[in-house]
Ligand binder design. Structure first.
Ligand code: ZN
Length: 262
């Protein structure tokens, strides 16, 4: 599943390409036809991301909510777009560019109340300027759940996923099984600051990059996962050469160094 940086990057691109334009909206597959009619011809006012959720605000007050889930994908085109291929839930055509959205987990119109409910159940998002990390600290510092699980819980921190949690905890020397209430305030502040910094890099590069030790002269777009990441799916610790351990934590596979993370 894409992590929050992907959605923020899409929000940024769609803002640049579509905001202020009257969009032609359709549902070639038919599953979003009724809703498409309510959006088509309306001006797009704003696009934003909250964690892994993408929200489109329209001048007429409509709110479109997209969550990609495991299989959702955007296909972008310069106009005119090609004939729709496969199950295209939504096709949006702006003045110069367009996209097809296929296979989203969620694609629905929200009322103002639905929108408030959605955002209020999400934790602070490190990529949003209005994030309140204090809310995450309150939940983490009172919990006996492992920090590795807490960081995946979207109601604690919105946007972090399986790769970022492993990389951030490794980078700070925090063992993923340590309970939330044994994380110090200083450690939490470091987790938050590193999340902000790494996810901002992720939005810019459009991929997760957590290490500075990269092959010289190779552009970010051509780095392999092993070159971009410190520990995720790595066999040995880059610091101490101990074998990396992996196990299931919070329904996903976590990676940690038994020597470097306490
Ligand atoms: Zn190590």
């Amino acid at each position: 599943m894409p992590e929050g940086h992907v959605l923020h990057r899409i929000a940024r691109d769609h803002t640049k390409w579509f905001v202020g334009q009257k969009m032609q909206v359709s549902s070639p597959q038919g599953r979003f036809q009724k809703e498409s009619k309510r959006l088509s011809g309306e001006k797009l006012a704003r696009v934003e991301a909250f964690g892994k959720h993408l929200i489109y605000h329209w001048r007429g007050g409509q709110i479109l909510h997209v969550h990609l889930g495991l299989y959702g994908k955007f296909h972008h085109y310069k106009n005119p777009p090609p004939e729709p291929q496969g199950a295209v839930r939504v096709r949006m055509i702006g003045s110069r560019r367009s996209y097809d959205l296929k296979g989203p987990n969620t694609c629905q119109l929200l009322s103002d109340a639905d929108f408030k409910r959605l955002t209020s159940r999400l934790g602070p998002d490190p990529l949003r300027d209005d994030a309140e990390p204090e809310l995450a600290w309150k939940k983490i510092s009172r919990s006996r759940v492992a920090i590795g699980s807490l960081l995946l819980n979207q109601s604690v921190v919105a946007g972090l996923g399986n790769i970022y949690r492993a990389e951030i905890l490794y980078s700070l020397g925090v063992h993923p099984e340590r309970p939330g209430n044994q994380i110090s305030r200083e450690e939490f502040d470091q987790i938050w600051e590193l999340s902000v910094r790494l996810m901002q890099i992720g939005v810019k590069a459009n991929r997760i990059i957590t290490t500075d030790r990269r092959p010289a002269g190779k552009p970010a777009s051509r780095l392999s996962a092993a070159e971009r990441l410190m520990i995720y799916k790595h066999p040995v610790c880059p610091r101490c050469r101990a074998d990396i351990q992996s196990w299931n934590l919070g329904n996903r596979t976590i990676y940690a160094c038994p020597a470097c993370q306490t």
